[in-house]
Ligand binder design. Sequence first.
Ligand SMILES: [Zn+2]
Length: 168
Amino acid sequence: MPAGRIHEAINVGALGLLSASYVYEQNHLGLSEPAAFGFAVAYLIGTFLVTPDLDLAEQRVRAKGNWGVLGWLWVPYGLIFSHRGWSHTWIVGPLTRLVYMVLMGALLWFGGEALLHYLGVQLDLRGQVRLPPEQVLYSGVAGYFASQWMHLLADGIWPDAGFRRVRR
Ligand SMILES: [Zn+2]
């Protein structure tokens, strides 16, 4: 199984090829530039920050280090998921990390708000968050999944493994 640095190199290399073919085939693809950019950004996040190997976050792992001081937020994920178990499946694996981030984000948001409230700090951040246009959103999701699948392929885990648990 490749080391984190190798995974990153493989992923970035594949993105380079994809970008080149996008530029070359842009007229035929019908994919807008913001959508292609959304794909690339999500793909890079999935390559450097949100990788299947975060199932090792209870130890030292490269993706965790890329989060800097926030790396510890992934420790529970590492404790929950055994290395190369569900975290390394094609559909469920990437979803576990998305759900984990939503839950962790909500926990931090409401925890932080409660703490500020307790300390008597008034905070009004109820601005509207607008989602990007649909095509950009879908491209982002595709980019994230593509980065995860690239990692799995490099690990030698093929889609025909289906939901079969991967051997440790
Ligand atoms: Zn892996």
